[in-house]
Design a protein around this ligand. Structure first.
Ligand SMILES: [Zn+2]
Length: 308
C-alpha cells in the first residue's frame, strides 16, 4: 500500500491541505490565512516565519489522523526558481524575494517538501487524473489571477527560469491596466475575477463582485454579458498564441472562475477559431476541470511523491 502524501494549495487569503492516497483526497481542510496581508504588514523574514509556521501547524493537524504521511507538496502562487526551489517573487504575496519555504518547513516537519508554482501543480494533477495518450496538456487556472501549467510527454515543464506558461502575464492590451508583476495590460487584468470586476466598473461605473456580475449576466444584464464575453475573447487570443508555440491539443480550464465558463464560452470559441492558424482550427480541445478544485492538491502531492 502506498503511503499518504500531503498536498497544499496556497492562495492569498487561505490555503487548502489534503492528504492524498492513490490520486484520491482522503482528508481535506481549508485554513483561513491572510498570507497576502502578512506579506504586506510584516518584514520579509517575519512573513516567511509566519507562513512556514502556519503551514506546519496545518500539517501537524493532518498528521494526527495520518501519522504515516511521507512528504509534502506545495502549490504556491508565485515564480519558483527551478534550481534553488525558492520563491523568486509573488505578484499576490508582495515583498517575498528569493524566499525559502522548503528548508524551514522541512526542519519543522521532518518531512521532504517540494514547492511548485500553483498552476503547474494543478496541471500535473489534471494530467495524473486523466492522462492524455500523447502525454501533453495545458492547464489554465482562472481565479483572482490567471495561471497556467504545461505537461509535455508526461513531464511538467517549468522552463529554465520557472516562468514557463505564466500566461496571466501575457500582454493582451499594450499600455492597458497595471498589473502586480510591474507591467501593463496583462491577461490576468482582464480574464480573472479581478479583471471582470474592473471591466464591469469601466462599463457601468458600478463596483460589483465577480459573483454578482456573473449572476447579472445570467439574467441578461447587457454590461455583465459583455464583461464575460470580453474575458473569453482575451483568453482565447492568448491561448491561440500559446497553441501556435507549443501545439498542445488538450486544454483544461480550472479555478474558481471556471464556474462562469458558460458565460464566456461562445465568445471564447469564436475568437479561438479566428485567431488559430488553419492547421489547428477545430483541433484544440478545451474542457472544464472535473476535479472540483482538487487538482492543485493532488498534483502537489504527486510531485512530492516523485522526489521523496
Ligand atoms: Zn502581469
Amino acid at each position: 500500500m502506498s503511503a499518504e502524501l500531503i498536498g497544499i494549495d496556497v492562495g492569498g487569503t487561505n490555503f487548502r491541505l489534503g492528504v492524498v492516497q492513490e490520486l484520491r483526497v482522503v482528508w481535506e481542510k481549508r485554513f483561513q490565512a491572510d498570507f497576502s496581508g502578512v506579506c504586506r504588514r510584516q518584514s520579509a523574514a517575519d512573513a516567511l516565519e509566519t507562513i512556514t509556521a502556519t503551514l506546519n501547524d496545518a500539517v501537524a493537524e493532518a498528521r494526527i489522523s495520518y501519522p504515516d504521511v511521507r512528504a509534502i507538496g506545495i502549490g504556491f502562487p508565485g515564480f519558483i526558481d527551478p534550481m534553488t526551489r525558492q520563491v523568486i517573487s509573488s505578484p499576490n504575496l508582495p515583498n517575498l524575494s528569493n524566499a525559502d519555504i522548503v528548508g524551514p518547513l522541512e526542519r519543522r516537519s521532518g518531512l521532504a517538501v517540494v514547492l511548485e508554482n500553483d498552476a503547474s501543480a494543478a496541471a500535473y494533477g489534471e494530467f495524473a487524473l486523466s492522462p492524455q495518450s500523447n502525454g501533453d496538456l495545458i492547464y489554465i487556472g482562472l481565479g483572482t489571477g490567471v495561471g497556467g501549467g504545461l505537461v509535455l510527454q508526461g513531464e511538467l515543464r517549468g522552463g529554465t527560469h520557472g516562468v514557463a506558461m505564466e500566461i496571466g502575464h501575457l500582454t493582451v492590451e499594450r499600455g492597458g491596466r497595471p498589473c502586480g508583476c510591474g507591467n501593463r495590460g496583462c491577461l490576468e487584468q482582464y480574464a480573472s475575477t479581478n479583471g471582470v470586476v474592473q471591466t464591469y466598473a469601466e462599463l457601468t461605473g458600478k463596483s460589483l463582485s465577480a459573483y454578482d456580475i456573473a449572476q447579472a449576466a445570467r439574467q441578461q444584464d447587457d454590461a455583465a454579458v459583455k464583461t464575460f464575453e470580453q474575458a473569453g475573447e482575451y483568453l482565447a487570443s492568448a491561448l491561440a498564441h500559446i497553441a501556435k508555440v507549443v501545439d498542445v491539443g488538450d486544454v483544461v480550464i480550472g479555478g474558481g472562475m471556471s464556474a462562469s465558463w458558460p458565460l464566456m464560452q461562445t465568445a471564447f470559441d469564436q475568437r479561438l477559431q479566428e485567431d488559430l492558424i488553419p492547421g489547428l482550427r477545430g483541433k484544440v480541445k478545451v474542457r472544464i476541470s472535473q476535479a472540483q478544485d482538487q487538482a492543485g492538491i493532488i498534483g502537489a502531492a504527486m510531485l512530492s511523491g516523485q522526489q521523496s
